[in-house]
Design a protein around this ligand. Structure first.
Ligand code: BGC
Length: 394
């Protein structure tokens, strides 16, 4: 069987803890779907044909159902981003504006400041303004169902950007970097860094997750835990606080200051007579907050993972202050999105893809790009075609 099925079940324990820790998701975690990512091999040998034909047939049907008449030059395209709090979203805002205009569209690009109602209103106004396509990076993956279905009813294509759109039929596809894979890379870098920088184990570590309303955050965490849990079980890693559930480790709204406050209290509560050796961090902003907290507490800097290859963290990786980050280049994700928009404009519908994710109510086509881990060792290779980031490696 040529399908790889990664099933990620949200732990039942999330529910009660989430009521206090999650914020933003507005109780939706209780109904959050189990996510199954199915990756089917593009060219299946004859013996697997029946098996492989199944998703392919679904995709074809999907693509046909959504292939329409296309739309005219100068069409309005809405882009709704969750916030501008990390470099990737700021880059996306600028790139979508510039590149959609350059491609002859009329872009409306807005960000929702982490507020669900604000994002719902922005999308409603994009519908009213006659958008042909709406691209959405959701504040909360589960809270846009009604407005997106309204968009679909109006004949508008809806593309999820960077984050999954959950529990809604109002989505035609999602462009994103592999989110489970991202977590695996973060955890592998953490293990590699510990062995390189901290000598022999066992290692004292702590775990951080991203914003619980963001569907990427549990995927990053679960991907990472698939690598770390066996090492916790065999005693190589010791989570001194004992906090290993996503809900205990999550950082509401991806707020760096909340992560720094949690790290401060972990250090004062559990590390007054211990060294901390490593920390799993879901992105670069939180990584820098964690490192700053450790420095303030007089600890040696632990090995810390990250995500986004933000300029400041690329400098920190280069100087050895942050061990790793993961590059998920915004220009590639925006380019992929605009390719899809062009296909829709030409009346060719959604391109076909091998990957689908069950969003709770439908199998959503995923246009997936590969994230790349970055350490000081490979930074020059990874950023060879990124003059801006190459500048930082001096
Ligand atoms: C994105 C990350 C980003 C985080 C916080 C995630 O969904 O994938 O790139 O750091 O949101 O904005």
């Amino acid at each position: 069987m040529k399908k790889k099925i990664i099933t990620m079940l949200m732990a039942a324990t999330m529910v009660s803890a989430c009521l206090t820790a999650c914020g933003g998701r507005e109780g939706a975690a209780e109904s959050a779907p189990a996510q199954a990512v199915e990756e089917s091999a593009p060219a299946a040998p004859a013996a697997d044909a029946a098996d492989a034909a199944e998703p392919a047939a679904e995709e074809t049907a999907d693509a046909e159902a959504s292939a329409g008449e296309g739309f005219e030059d100068g069409a309005t395209i809405g882009v709704s981003l969750p916030w501008l709090g990390t470099q990737n979203w700021k880059e996306a805002e600028t790139m979508f504006k510039e590149q959609l205009e350059a491609a002859g569209y009329n872009p409306i690009v807005q960000a929702a400041d982490q507020k669900v109602p604000q994002q719902q209103q922005q999308i409603e106004s994009m519908i009213e303004n006659g958008a042909k396509v709406i691209v959405v990076g959701p504040v909360d993956g589960t809270q846009l169902g009604a407005v997106l279905e309204q968009a679909k009813d109006a004949g508008i294509y809806v593309i999820g950007y960077d984050r999954l759109l959950e529990n809604t039929t109002g989505v035609d596809g999602v462009v994103q970097f592999g989110s489970v894979k991202t977590g695996e890379l973060q955890a592998q870098a953490l293990l590699e860094g510990l062995a390189k920088v901290k000598g022999e184990g066992p290692y004292n570590i702590e775990l951080f997750g991203g914003g619980p309303a963001d569907p990427n955050a549990p995927n990053f965490f679960n991907g990472a835990m698939s690598v770390l849990q066996p090492k916790i079980d065999d005693g190589t890693l010791v989570v001194v606080s004992g906090q290993t559930d996503f809900t205990q480790c999550a950082t509401v709204d991806w707020d760096n200051s909340k992560a720094q406050a949690r790290m401060d209290s972990l250090l004062s509560g559990f590390y007054s007579d211990k060294d901390i050796h490593g920390v799993l961090s879901p992105n670069d902003g939180i990584a820098r907050a964690i490192i700053t907290s450790c420095e303030n507490a007089g600890q040696q800097i632990p090995v810390v993972s990250g995500l986004d290859a933000e300029n400041e963290s690329v400098e920190w990786v280069w100087s050895g202050r942050q061990y790793s980050t993961v590059a998920k280049p915004t220009d590639a994700l925006v380019a992929e999105t605009i390719d899809i928009i062009n296909s829709l404009k030409e009346g060719k519908g959604m391109p076909s893809t091998d990957v689908t994710v069950d969003n709770g109510v439908k199998d959503v086509a995923i246009y997936e790009l590969p994230p790349v881990v970055v350490t000081k060792e490979n930074a020059k290779e990874v950023f060879a075609n990124d003059p801006g980031r190459m500048e930082l490696l001096k």
